[in-house]
Design a protein around this ligand. Structure first.
Ligand code: HEC
Ligand code: HEC
Ligand code: HEC
Length: 465
């Protein structure tokens, strides 16, 4: 086999780690309680990249009768729980609706076939109950299985490589407390030749950056904490950075990526990204699943529910501060908005008034914190219109968070609108209220309808008029 061919296969395998959509279990049982111990608050000085010290870390055991002794080990477990939440381990390692956190079985649909999240409970037979701390650390940071075999990069070890030793120790202390659940998982269900683990050697050699997190001494403690979380544990780039042909991150970090029909927009500090978001607005989005500008749906709603809403305000602030500083690509020149007498705009305006205005308003402003504002929405005007098309075809479910326990959803319109009507209303919202973006084509709607298995428009539905 030629080297080129090898690289091609390795690349294909890497892609398996890219367009992965993880459907996340509804369970929040293991999520850290945000009111309990905002660990991020304790971040200071050299504790920068470690899990922040719990308040009792290092304190002598409390021997007061009747009180649970809170010793160093318990503090480590609590910190480890927080590390697991920030790393969103539960997302891929829990089957939807199983009620068995970490017992594996979640199918990750990749362009190359199925990968299944492993059982990482303490079960000796089917989980990681027999693993040593060293083996666990090697799996999470280096992508190696118990016997040194290569894991697929759908397990985001290329981000977790930046996790500190201290966080890994705490994470292991916590993982040791996970109740064993017997559940045999065959993680690798990729077809030949992608099922050959050895091929990941090439991918790792080409793309795996094994270096630990390097703090930047010229920046603040807060910035460094944000960089540590974004680049490592919170693995934001696994969705928000576009992938190359080999499925590895492109150089334009956090400038937008696609996964399973969703578009994870540009979240750099540049125009076209979070340039116009205040730090507080980013914190609100990550904490509650939405703000005046944008609401999280799809994979981001899941990331908010499982992970970011449970992170401390201090950590979310650090993330926001860091993102603001990340340079993004220059914004492509804004196209002139489609003229109002364009045929798509005329049809789109009618479809909008009948189907959308009741919630999003004739002015496109939505309802603060409840219904996404469409005017001035940067993600809506991204080059890729897939979230808009998906949202209109199948509807959306917002994140349910402590901050917004009763999120409003949006119904799907696949049954009601034809491809041409969805394209028209899409073009209309992308080119009204000061928005300007390329028109949406009926062909791209047809393609999305097929790929997300949405029903065709019903014959009697006559939505536009
Ligand atoms: C985006 C999805 C995803 C996330 C997030 C994720 N994992 Fe994984 N993980 C996987 C997949 C898929 C595999 C199986 C890979 C394989 O077999 O090649 C895996 C494998 C593993 C393994 C090896 C298990 C074995 O039996 O070989 C361990 C240990 C592990 N993950 C721990 C973690 C921890 C700890 C976290 C959180 C810090 C985490 N994972 C987060 C997808 C994920
Ligand atoms: C599993 C994939 C995934 C991960 C991991 C992820 N995101 Fe997202 N993110 C998305 C998608 C998809 C959207 C678009 C959601 C929508 O439009 O409703 C999004 C939207 C956003 C937005 C709103 C942008 C806008 O212009 O509306 C912000 C901010 C954001 N993510 C920040 C983050 C941060 C910070 C992290 C890491 C802590 C992260 N995301 C991790 C997939 C992901
Ligand atoms: C019943 C009220 C309702 C109707 C009708 C409605 N929407 Fe929505 N829409 C919402 C809510 C609520 C959200 C935010 C919820 C979320 O984030 O999941 C939303 C979100 C969106 C988004 C953002 C999706 C994303 O990527 O986050 C777009 C785009 C959108 N709507 C367009 C439309 C269009 C176009 C129509 C008409 C065809 C429409 N909506 C009809 C309530 C509605």
């Amino acid at each position: 086999m030629t080297l080129l061919k090898k690289l091609k296969i390795a690349g294909a395998l890497g892609l398996a780690g890219a367009g992965v959509v993880a459907t996340i279990a509804g369970t929040q049982a293991l999520a850290a309680d945000p009111d309990n111990h905002a660990p991020g608050k304790a971040v200071a000085g050299d504790a920068l990249v470690g899990a922040p010290a719990g308040k009792d870390a290092g304190a002598p055991p409390d021997t007061t009768p009747g009180l649970v002794p809170r010793n160093a080990q318990e503090a480590a477990i609590e910190r480890g729980r927080y590390v697991a939440v920030a790393g969103d381990c539960i997302a891929c390692h829990t089957a939807h609706g199983s009620g068995k956190p970490f017992a594996g079985g979640l199918v990750l649909e990749t362009p190359f076939g199925k990968l299944v999240g492993s059982n990482i409970t303490q079960d000796v037979k089917t989980g990681i109950g027999s693993w040593t701390q060293e083996e666990f650390t090697r799996a999470v940071r280096q992508g190696k299985g118990k016997h040194g075999e290569n894991l697929y990069s759908a397990m985001p070890y290329n981000a977790y490589a930046k996790v500190s030793d201290a966080d890994m120790r705490d994470l292991w202390a916590y993982m040791k407390t996970i109740k064993p659940v017997e559940n045999t998982v065959v993680a690798n269900q990729l077809p030949f030749p992608f099922n050959i683990r050895l091929l990941m050697v090439g991918w790792n050699w080409l793309f795996f950056d094994n270096s630990p997190f390097k703090p930047d001494a010229t920046r603040s403690v807060e910035w460094n904490r944000g960089a540590y979380l974004v680049q490592g544990l919170a693995h934001c780039a696994s969705c928000h950075t576009a992938k190359n042909l080999f499925g590895a991150d492109k150089s334009e970090t956090l400038a937008g990526g696609t996964l399973g029909g969703w578009y994870a927009p540009n979240i750099t500090g540049s125009r076209g990204g979070l340039h116009d978001w205040s730090v507080e607005q980013t914190v609100e989005y990550l904490q509650t699943g939405g703000n005046r500008i944008s609401m999280a749906s799809g994979p981001m709603a899941e990331a908010v529910e499982n992970s970011t809403q449970h992170m401390s305000s201090a950590d979310l602030r650090a993330i926001a501060v860091y993102l603001k500083s990340v340079a993004g690509p220059a914004m492509p020149a804004r196209p002139a908005p489609l003229p109002a007498d364009n045929a798509q705009m005329l049809l789109g305006a009618r479809v909008y008034e009948v189907n959308c205005a009741a919630c999003h308003g004739s002015d496109g402003k939505g309802l603060d914190g409840l219904v996404t504002s469409l005017g001035g929405n940067s993600a809506l005007q991204a080059g890729v219109a897939s979230n808009l098309i998906n949202a209109v075809l199948r509807g959306t479910t917002p994140a349910i968070t402590h901050g917004k326990p009763t999120g409003a959803g949006m119904p799907g319109f696949a049954w009601k609108l034809s491809d041409a009507e969805v394209a028209a209303v899409g073009s209309f919202v992308r080119n009204s209220w000061g928005n300007a973006a390329p028109a949406v084509s009926a062909a791209s709607v047809a393609e999305a309808r097929k790929s997300i298995n949405a029903p065709a428009k019903l014959k009697f539905a006559n939505a536009a008029r």
